[in-house]
Every structure is written in C-alpha cells, then in structure tokens.
Write a protein that binds this ligand. Structure first.
Ligand SMILES: N[C@@H](CCC(=O)N[C@@H](CS)C(=O)NCC(=O)O)C(=O)O
Length: 240
C-alpha cells in the first residue's frame, strides 16, 4: 500500500493541540492518517519521541510525518502544511503574519491550560484546585479579555471578516477551535464578553459552516471535549 500523504501523531483520546493540525488537514482535503488511532500507532508515537526516526526527535505531540520529514510544534507544523494545502496566501509577509497570529493563539491555549493546571502538569487537577481558582480568576478577568480583544481588533484592522482580511486561512481554523474550547470551558465568562467579540463570533460561525469542517465536526473523527483535554469545564473555575 502506498504511504499516506500526511501522518499525524497525537494522543488518541483527546482533541488537544492535535486538533489544530486535524482541522487544517480536513479543510485542505488532505489524505492523512491519525496514526495513534490505528493499531500499534501509539507505540510508534512513543518510540518516535524516544528518537526512533531519523533527524530531530519531537519533544511532544503533535508531530507530523511527511515522507522522511518529521515536524513537531503545532505552529511549525501549520507553517509547513498551510502552503501545501492552499490554506495561506503565497505572499511571504502575509505568511509571517499568519504564523505570528498562530503563535499568539498558542500562547492563549497555554494559558487556558494553565488555568486548571497552574502548578504542575504532572499533578492532578484535584491536587491544585485552590491555585487553579486563583489562576482562573486572573485568566478570565485579565488575560481572556486582552487576548480576545486583540484578535477582535486584528479582524477589524484587516477589514475582516477573516483574520487575514477577505482571505480565509488556517489561522481562522485555529481561532475557531480556540473559541469553541473557551466556550466549553468558560461558558459564563464568554457570555459576559459576548458583545465585545462580535467579529470573533461571526468568524467562528462562518468556519463551522465551511462544508469540509461541517462534515468533519459531524464525523466520528471529531472527539468531544472532555476533562482530560486542554480545555476543561470545571464550573468552579468559570465566572459567577
Ligand atoms: N508547544 C508545543 C506543545 C506541545 C505539548 O505541550 N503537547 C502536549 C499535548 S497537547 C504533550 O503531550 N506534552 C508532553 C510534555 O510536555 O511532556 C506545541 O504547540 O505543539
């Protein structure tokens, strides 16, 4: 059997950061395999992290194999994939801007994660509950409005309705995923911000209606959000 065009390596039971890559692969109509969801795939993922593949070993999933190339770090994977899937314009300055926005989304994702794991990833949420309450309060009241206000302003300044203006790109897909994740984790906080993020909400709705994304969301390839994932819903961490 010929090797699939793209092989995504990510933990099999959560959306996690793998979802940003999945959305791009789906929207780009790529032929790909989610390797860790296939028999023996998880063992292959862990052996690659131990350095079994040629070249640089990835530090953490997600990573992508394309022929002999193995690329890790979500934003770097998307930087590599997007031109191959026609998910970003050719212009170099625009590509760098798209990458800049993707890295800013990565910062937001890391802070959303740290709201329920402020002390250590190796500890259970239940072992850092008190600190998580404090951290989440700052996240919800300071960081979330700052980040979302920034992305709202980007759309306003580029003229919208997308992050890069009229041209849809992979960064819209990532913003869509972040919006859904935040609405899942912090529904009350997001409702409070709702009037200040009209452009973000419109973009989220537009991405959900893209035929390939809609088909993917309705498929069993799309896993539900859950409390082992990046975005977790703990009512005590949300706004009152
Ligand atoms: N900056 C990396 C972070 C990768 C990352 O934190 N991956 C998580 C799953 S979403 C993981 O498995 N980390 C294991 C570890 O950090 O030891 C990226 O954006 O891809």
């Amino acid at each position: 059997m010929p090797r699939p065009t793209f092989e995504l390596f990510y933990w099999p039971s959560i959306q996690g950061r793998g979802e940003f890559v999945r959305l791009a692969l789906e929207e780009g109509g790529a032929r790909y395999v989610d390797v860790a969801r296939t028999p023996g795939g998880l063992a292959e993922l862990t052996s690659m992290m131990r350095g079994s593949a040629k070249g640089l070993a990835p530090f953490a999933p997600p990573f992508l194999r394309h022929g002999d190339r193995v690329i890790a770090q979500t934003a770097a994977i998307l930087l590599y994939l997007a031109p191959r899937l026609a998910l970003v314009p050719k212009d170099e300055a625009i590509r760098v801007h798209a990458h800049q926005l993707q890295l800013t989304l990565a910062d937001l994702v890391a802070e959303a994660h740290d709201s329920h794991h402020p002390i250590a990833v190796s500890l259970y949420y239940e072992d850092q509950r008190r600190e998580a309450r404090r951290r989440s309060e700052h996240f919800r009241t300071e960081r979330l409005p700052k980040f979302l206000g920034y992305f709202e302003q980007v759309i306003e300044r580029t003229g919208g309705p997308r992050l890069l203006g009229r041209t849809p790109s992979y960064v819209d897909l990532s913003l869509f995923q972040v919006m859904l994740g935040l609405e899942y984790a912090f529904p009350r906080a997001l409702a409070k911000l709702s009037r200040r993020i009209r452009r973000l909400r419109a973009l989220r709705d537009a991405v959900a209606e893209q035929p390939r994304i809609a088909a993917y969301l309705a498929s069993d390839r799309r896993l539900p959000f859950n409390e082992d994932d990046l975005f977790r819903h703990y009512p005590e961490l949300d706004a009152r």
